[in-house]
Design a protein around this ligand. Structure first.
Ligand code: ZN
Length: 159
């Protein structure tokens, strides 16, 4: 089955930077499960996978615009918040939080008085991304999965 809008796709992937350093990989773990056409992956990767099928290998290089920069520009990047929620020495601390744009990574960039500044840019914003992807399986999403906006079962939510 070919990857198209509303396909549930399982992939193994390795993400490298310009120097060939591995930044992220599903190797050794469960494949990543996502729904095509729902903004679950960075835009360029979703585009590169369109029309691929089970067993296909895809190598793609994405400019920052096709990677994480786009999501960054859609959202304000600096937040101020109560420092006491972040412990005694929060500088440099990373954490994930749910936002209108989905789950985002924040970094505490400054502590000023009893406030902290948070940077909501993705850590890989403005980086060129080199993905090696292997398509593990492709199937149609169920109505329930489309309603929830995420995959159920293997590699997805269990609830
Ligand atoms: Zn669900």
């Amino acid at each position: 089955m070919q990857i198209a809008a509303d396909s549930v796709v399982l992939i193994h992937y390795t993400l490298k930077d310009d120097d060939g350093k591995v930044l992220d990989s599903s190797g050794g773990g469960e494949p990543l499960a996502y729904i095509q056409g729902h903004g679950n992956l960075v835009p360029g990767l979703e585009k590169a996978l369109e029309g691929k099928k089970d067993g296909d290998a895809v190598a793609v290089t994405l400019s920052p615009d096709e990677g994480y920069a786009l999501a960054t520009r859609r959202c304000c990047s600096v937040y101020r918040s109560d420092r006491f929620r972040f412990g005694r020495d929060p500088q440099g601390m990373q954490f994930q939080a749910q936002t209108d744009e989905g789950l985002r990574v924040f970094v505490v960039t400054a502590v000023v008085g009893d406030m902290v500044s948070l940077d909501g840019n993705h850590p890989l914003a403005d980086q060129t991304l080199h993905f090696d992807v292997e398509v593990v399986s492709v199937r149609a999403a169920t109505a329930e999965e489309l309603e929830h906006g995420h995959v159920h079962g293997a590699g997805g939510h269990h609830h």
